[in-house]
Design a protein. Structure first.
Length: 186
């Protein structure tokens, strides 16, 4: 079992290292109101307290503190992906906060929806390869201290988190909470 954990960890580190070494077209919107356009490495959800940025391929790499960045907008294949650095509630009870962490904005609105994604890879011998992807969805209204976990979607679950957490979060909107509890919305 220990060997499987070590192998999984090494595979995950090698894949994230590959992604972390590449720079992508990015716009950095700073807290002071300025905007920097250039290239940046993709941020790691939990770990990156800095963003590595450069104006172009030949320029020096600049290390910018995450707390100085209002939002990051990456462009891949003419599609934009917006990330912000926010606090989230931790654990099932969601009483204490952690972070801030990088989250991708899925949908802006009265309650903004965010997502973090984690992919775990494993290899059993050389013939088989498997992976599991986890998407943690958070939600936060303007004025709230931190985003609350509202759903966890993976290749291995049936979204029990949404069924348990969404009615609680939307308890101030009884019609919606009832529809979620009655499985009219899943």
């Amino acid at each position: 079992m220990k060997q499987v954990i070590i192998i999984c960890s090494l595979l995950f580190l090698s894949l994230t290292t590959f992604a972390a070494n590449n720079f992508y077209k990015t716009s950095l919107y700073l807290v002071d109101g300025s905007v920097k356009k250039g290239m940046a490495k993709v941020v790691e959800t939990e770990t990156d307290e800095h963003v590595f940025f450069k104006v172009n391929e030949k320029s020096d790499i600049e290390k910018i503190e995450a707390i100085k960045i209002k939002k990051l907008v990456y462009t891949f294949d003419d599609k934009e992906y917006e990330f912000v650095f926010i606090k989230v509630y931790k654990g099932w009870k969601q009483v204490e906060t952690r972070g801030p962490i990088w989250v991708e904005i899925v949908q802006k609105g009265i309650a903004t929806l965010y997502v973090t994604s984690t992919v775990l890879y494993s290899r059993a011998g050389t013939a088989q390869q498997g992976s599991a992807t986890f998407h943690d969805y958070y939600i936060m209204r303007v004025g709230e201290l931190a985003a609350k976990l509202i759903a966890t979607i993976s290749t291995l679950n049936n979204n029990q988190t949404f069924k348990a957490k969404a009615p609680l979060y939307f308890s101030d909107y009884p019609v919606l909470a009832s529809k979620i509890q009655n499985k009219e919305i899943i």
